[in-house]
Design a protein around this ligand. Structure first.
Ligand code: SAM
Length: 285
């Protein structure tokens, strides 16, 4: 059964009386080459967690690696479809659940024991950022995360300091992972086609974060404040984000070796860490 064929997809939809839900981000992938790239980037030598299997086009490829695949799907109408499309595999388990309401750490422990796993998915666009944030912030035992997302989101996550796309999500992802863009995927590679182009993003999860900081929570508070008002200087942003007088904040930024008049979007991870550490030493939180 070729799940990349629009005719097959339409036949399955008709057979199961399935209507595609825009609200659930149901744009199914039809490109074999892109599936190859996802599986290659994930470099699967361990179990895999998939989010949103849909009709199972990617799930099938993941199953063919022979490793255990656990797929979490919110739409209960898809369960009988997946029983049909994945009937030949005995290394897959479908869990009917909302990934955002799932205790993923517990799921990994139950399904995979102590091994590190890969996450592979063509993510539903309406919750791309919350899913990625959840996977990264929960410090799960992950080797890598290979996901299809909107092109713009992939570019933001990979953006370097000084670029217009660079923001808090770039810092978050680059703190815990080494992200890179695998390939751009045009809207026409999906059925039904979404409104924008997509991209496959690979994030290799680091053993330890890419920068050392005395207090991680404070580090992210500094980052969040620095990007809260993009047109303002770092000094103004941090003065709004922290309850200390402007003069003190100005001095502390200088102690960190940074020019207070700069904009936050120019700072790299190491510079945010320096500021957070100086704030920590000064008891600013
Ligand atoms: N993997 C399939 C493919 O590549 O063709 C389908 C991808 S489609 C972009 C996203 C899938 O995620 C849909 O099957 C949708 O029902 C499912 N989904 C949406 N929200 C979800 C959630 N909160 N938790 C789990 N699955 C979700």
């Amino acid at each position: 059964m070729d799940l990349t064929s629009p005719r097959v997809i339409k036949d399955i939809a008709a057979r199961f009386d399935f209507g595609f839900s825009k609200g659930l981000g149901q744009n199914f992938l039809l490109d074999d080459g892109v599936l190859d790239k996802i599986v290659d980037a994930a470099d699967i030598d361990c179990g895999v967690l998939e989010v949103g299997p849909g009709f199972g086009v990617l799930t099938k490829r993941l199953c063919e690696t022979g490793k255990k695949v656990v797929s979490v799907e919110i739409d209960k109408r898809l369960i009988p479809v997946l029983d049909f499309t994945l009937a030949e595999f005995d290394n897959v388990k479908i869990i009917e659940k909302d990934i955002l309401k799932t205790d993923v750490a517990e799921l990994i422990k139950t399904e995979f024991g102590d091994e590190k796993i890969s996450v592979a998915a063509n993510l539903p666009y309406y919750i791309t950022t919350p899913i990625i944030t959840k996977l990264i912030e929960e410090k799960l035992p992950l080797k890598n995360i290979v996901v299809m997302v909107q092109r713009e989101v992939a570019e933001r996550i990979c953006a370097k300091p000084g670029k217009k796309d660079y923001g808090a999500i770039s810092v978050l992802c680059q703190y815990y992972t080494n992200p890179y863009l695998v390939t751009i995927v045009p809207a026409g590679s999906f059925y039904p086609p979404p409104k924008v182009d997509s991209a496959v993003l690979c994030m290799e999860v680091c053993e330890t974060p890419n920068v050392k900081t005395k207090d991680e929570k404070l580090f992210f508070k500094v980052v969040k404040a620095a990007f809260a008002q993009r047109r303002k200087t770092l000094l103004n942003c941090l003065s709004s984000g922290f309850s200390a007088d402007k003069q003190t904040i100005c001095e502390l930024i200088s102690v960190a070796g940074i020019e207070p008049g700069i904009r936050g979007e120019k700072l790299g991870l190491a510079e945010f860490a320096k500021i957070a550490d100086v704030f920590f030493d000064a008891g600013i939180e």
